[in-house]
Design a protein around this ligand. Structure first.
Ligand code: NAD
Ligand code: MG
Length: 384
């Protein structure tokens, strides 16, 4: 029987790669639900190809355009933000691939976890914002969270070599992004185009900016803490510009287990989609005869303060994650609109984080209140 799959964020970079994985293994998957924000043209191609039971576009005008384009073809078109949770609750499936960008992915991801479904998690923001709720819900329902993020997939795979109490450290690798060798002065004048030029990975715009600030690695420290139940003090960042080692686990006996491969998101996406099996992957293979050398550097938290903030937030827990994430999402939006300088992204996030009303064990309502407050604080700050 093919696995029945719902893809949240199907028109994005991860979503399209997930469908490429399914295209390469057509007998393995039945796509029963697709969801995205507003890209009705791409969604209509996907609906024609995969004939899901339901296609969601949260933007009502886009959903209407989609309905015009594919109406009557056997796929129901739903719209509005609530339709994401409805999709999870009403369409039977074996796997939810959570790949909406930002906190917008949280309600449906949490719903999938509460239903006890297997979730392939790309949407790291949902763990950063609501890690405690997500982990508690997964424990209560028996849901399995399989990371899609390449680093966390590498850690998940490496952890098969030992037991939880045998972990000494998690070594989270980072390419260093486009500004790895830039000075603070150079970064101060960085343009949007400069920040969008990622050296090794091709990804959606928000995570590409997050990689330039290294906020992405900060989010990943917090993500790793929740996924693997390892304290932040034992999660280390290692700069590895070639992005061949996707991350590592150091065990108490001194062994370090790494997972390697070409930087191609189809590999970790496929691992999550076919888990626990490993099937033939479409991506290029790593050829050690052509790999001249691999480099490693310690991270520079003076130039990339996001890393220091990520560690602090992972230690603090509570509402720190939501304040951090919301301020970052809003600051990235402002930077991309040309209304904030590059270095101000981390400065603003730090400021909002420091000023927010901390609560240790927030419920969803509190999280959403802090989220809205933090975004508003960023929108209020003086134009650069
Ligand atoms: P993207 O911008 O390419 O795609 C985002 C998707 O989310 C699109 O389908 C869009 O329509 C949908 N979306 C956005 N807002 C929405 C809303 N309000 N309601 C419903 N749908 C909405 O982003 P991406 O690069 O594919 O990243 C997706 C997630 O995966 C992010 O959390 C990112 O951090 C994570 N991730 C991405 C990569 C990568 O290679 N792209 C790697 C690791 C982790
Ligand atoms: Mg990653």
């Amino acid at each position: 029987m093919p696995k029945r799959v719902i893809i949240l964020g199907s028109t994005g970079s991860i979503g399209c790669n997930a469908l490429a994985v399914a295209e390469n293994l057509p007998a393995e998957f039945e796509i029963v639900g697709l969801a995205a924000g507003s890209n009705w043209r791409r969604m209509s191609e996907q609906v024609r190809r995969w004939k899901p039971r339901v296609a969601v576009l949260t933007n009502p005008e886009s959903a209407e355009a989609l309905d015009h384009a594919v109406g009557g073809a056997g796929t129901s078109v739903w719209s509005g933000p609530d339709s994401l949770v409805r999709l999870i609750n009403e369409v039977e499936c074996d796997l939810v691939l959570s790949a909406i960008v930002g906190v917008a992915g949280l309600p449906a991801t949490l719903a999938a976890v509460q239903r006890g479904l297997t979730v392939g998690l790309a949407n790291k923001e949902s763990l950063v914002v609501a890690g405690e709720l997500m982990v508690n819900a997964a424990t209560a329902s028996g849901a399995r969270l399989i990371p899609v993020d390449s680093e966390h997939s590498a850690i998940y795979q490496s952890l098969h070599s030992g037991r939880h109490e045998e972990i000494e450290r998690i070594l989270l690798t980072a390419s260093g992004g486009p500004f790895r060798t830039w000075t603070r002065e150079q970064m101060r004048a960085a343009s949007i185009a400069d920040a969008m030029r990622h050296p090794t990975w091709s990804m959606g715009p928000k995570i590409t900016i997050d990689s330039a600030t290294m906020m992405n690695k900060a989010l990943e420290i917090i993500e790793a803490k929740w996924l693997f139940d390892v304290p932040a003090e034992r999660i280390e960042v290692v700069i590895h510009p070639e992005s061949i080692i996707h991350s590592m686990v150091a065990f108490h006996d001194g062994s370090i287990v790494a997972q390697m491969g070409q930087p191609d998101m189809r590999t970790p996406i496929q691992y999550a989609m076919t888990y626990p099996r490993r099937l033939a992957g479409a991506g290029a293979r790593l050829d050690f005869s052509k790999l001249e050398r691999m480099h490693f550097e310690p991270p520079d938290i003076e130039r990339f303060p996001a890393l220091r903030l990520g560690h602090a937030v992972a230690v603090q827990g509570g509402t720190a994650g939501v304040a951090f994430n919301a301020a970052n999402e809003a600051a990235v939006e402002r930077f991309r609109a040309g209304r904030m300088g590059f270095l101000e992204i981390a400065e603003t996030v730090e400021d909002v984080l420091r000023r927010h009303n901390f609560e240790k064990h927030p419920g969803l309502d509190t999280l959403m209140t802090v989220d809205a407050w933090a975004r508003n604080e960023v929108m209020q700050c003086v134009v650069a």
